[in-house]
Design a protein around this ligand. Structure first.
Ligand code: GTQ
Length: 349
């Protein structure tokens, strides 16, 4: 029995529905087909934000409001299919954050986890639980749930990064808590690079046990990840569906670096076409290097470095790299995997 069509709404039935509505009751058979669909029907649409078009708006925002007054000066990437929701996919938030020279974004914490993927600028910092990390383009930086964090730019250039947060997931579950820190910046208690030394070299402190689900490494520098991809590309053939693709892991568990957001980095050799592929995790991509296009259903998204695009759940997509390309991506895949919901399909099946 498929659930594509509702039974006829006779006048007698309509009168019944009207009669029970005041009792907070409604007939499932009118809605079953839209509640339990044969396959995913995401409202989110494929979309792209070209950085060369977005950057002037960001800089304009920089003249309108300070990071301090805004708390976070972010232009949200609004999926055009989601009717003004602050979402790029059904479950995830994305925005571009600007910190101008001399500015700080004041310390606060929230139960939402955040990732930062650095787009432009060199050497501004984010501080997480007493440690600062200086950020470079391509770095993947994590703000774990409920950790104090503030951002600052002591350099002479603007700094821009892409924020990815699990806002919609946390709100769906009504599990949002947030609070401000009493000062605008938190005290620094550990030197820069401390976490990476302790946790980022395939070694762990001997008596350390993870207390939280997020990776203890909070900056995965691009220089290192890129080097791994370069060696993979030299050593063997790319996967037909993914090119050379790696996932970021929590070294303490081998699971995703963040519990709610999966993050990935892939290299597509020059001229390479991936085969059509789809999965249930709507995915946000950042083009870091190279040029190419991604076909998503009937839509073609042409990208160059710093562009951001989104592939909604279950839409077949294929990438073409005109030049050797590197893509960063993130999705809610770890959540779906933990719940036994995640699916993928290769080819157009
Ligand atoms: O940097 O803490 O894009 O709290 C949205 C909410 C960034 C942040 C966002 C946030 C932040």
């Amino acid at each position: 029995m498929t659930t594509e069509q509702s039974p006829a709404r006779t006048p007698e039935r309509q009168a019944f529905y009207d009669h029970i509505a005041p009792a907070n009751l409604a007939p499932l058979w009118e809605r079953l087909h839209s509640l339990v669909t044969a396959e995913p029907h995401p409202a989110a649409l494929p979309a792209i934000w070209h950085y060369r078009e977005v950057r002037p708006h960001l800089i304009e925002a920089g003249g309108l409001i300070t990071a301090e007054e805004a708390t976070r000066r972010v232009l949200m990437l609004m999926n055009p299919g989601l009717g003004g929701e602050a979402s790029i996919t059904g479950s995830l938030f994305a925005g571009l954050q600007l910190i101008l020279p001399g500015e700080i974004a004041p310390a606060h914490r929230h139960t939402q986890s955040a990732l930062r993927f650095i787009i432009e600028g060199h050497g501004a910092y984010t501080a997480v639980d007493g440690e600062r990390t200086l950020m470079e383009p391509g770095d993947f930086v994590i703000t774990p749930s409920w950790t104090w964090h503030d951002h600052g730019n002591d350099t002479s250039e603007p700094m821009v990064w892409l924020d990815g947060l699990d806002v919609q997931l946390v709100n769906l579950l009504n599990a949002s808590f947030a609070e401000g820190y009493p000062e605008s910046t938190q005290p620094v208690s550990r030197p820069e690079g401390d976490s990476l030394a302790r946790f980022g070299h395939n070694l762990l402190p001997v008596d350390w046990h993870p207390a939280v689900k997020t990776s203890p490494v909070f900056n995965y520098p691009y220089a290192r990840s890129r080097e791994a991809l370069a060696i993979l590309a030299k050593n063997g053939a790319p996967d037909p569906y993914h090119g050379h693709k790696l996932r970021y892991v929590n070294p303490a568990t081998g699971e995703s670096a963040m519990p709610t957001i999966g993050t990935f980095l892939q290299l597509l050799p020059a001229g390479f076409n991936t085969q059509p592929y789809r999965s249930t995790d709507g995915t946000v991509y950042v083009a870091i290097e190279g040029e190419g296009e991604t076909r998503v259903g009937d839509t073609v998204l042409r990208w160059e470095p710093r562009d951001i695009f989104v592939v909604p759940s279950w839409l077949p997509h294929a990438h073409h790299a005109a030049r050797e390309a590197v893509l960063f991506s993130f999705s809610d895949r770890p959540v779906q995997e933990k719940l036994g919901l995640w699916r993928e399909a290769r080819g157009n099946a």
